[in-house]
Design a protein around this ligand. Sequence first.
Ligand code: SAM
Length: 235
Amino acid sequence: MPASSDPDVRSTPAPGTARGFSFALESGADGLTLHAHHHPDFRPIRCDWTAPDIRRRVAGGRRQLLARAIGLHKQADLSVLDATAGLGRDGYVLAALGASVTMLERQPLFAALLADAHARAADQADHAAVAARIEVVAGDAASFMRDTTRRWDVVHLDPMYPHRGKQALPQKEMQILRELTDGDPDADALLAPALAVAQRRVVVKRPSHAPFLAGRPPNFQLDGSQARYDIYLPT
Ligand SMILES: C[S@@+](CC[C@H](N)C(=O)[O-])C[C@H]1O[C@@H](n2cnc3c(N)ncnc32)[C@H](O)[C@@H]1O
């Protein structure tokens, strides 16, 4: 069934509208969809944790790179703060592999998509147990992590990285993410507060060529074909 033609109640001007696009959430039978008006080749975005690509990632198990970076290959029931949750794909994979995951997202449109995906997963027999290990929070990670009374085993950071001219064009979805997040220019400020609330490690996903977050060398790294994980141990 198509999304409701009703101009959505949550239609919201968002960061990134400066380039002449405006974004809106529309509600339909399959949940919320993010639309961009006047965007030449925009593909509407849904947050669907039941999609085949996520299922394939979950099937990759606890020895895949992300899971090893987090430490799930040694202990599955870790608590993880996914402080830059985006559309929750990494966070959902981690929860499906056994972690309890707090997904934190400051972009209000993405936070709404996350909350919607969470509610739909909780209603599906195959996903309810995983959804029960997920908490979705809308807000800014730097302020959220200032409260050090709550701590997690691991904090995962995957901020946007500014696009470089010589790279291949990123996927459309990535372009939209960049437009809506302005490329997360303040990401360096997340490392110190993350180290204050992480009991075991902070895991930072970076493109292979990217400098260290906040210019700080990690304690160790795991390298993948397109990205690397920089791992910081709290002192
Ligand atoms: C590259 S995306 C993350 C993708 C995510 N790992 C996934 O699997 O879908 C980065 C996200 O981090 C969010 N973000 C960046 N800085 C943030 C902050 N200080 N607080 C909360 N969210 C933040 C951005 O809004 C963006 O949605």
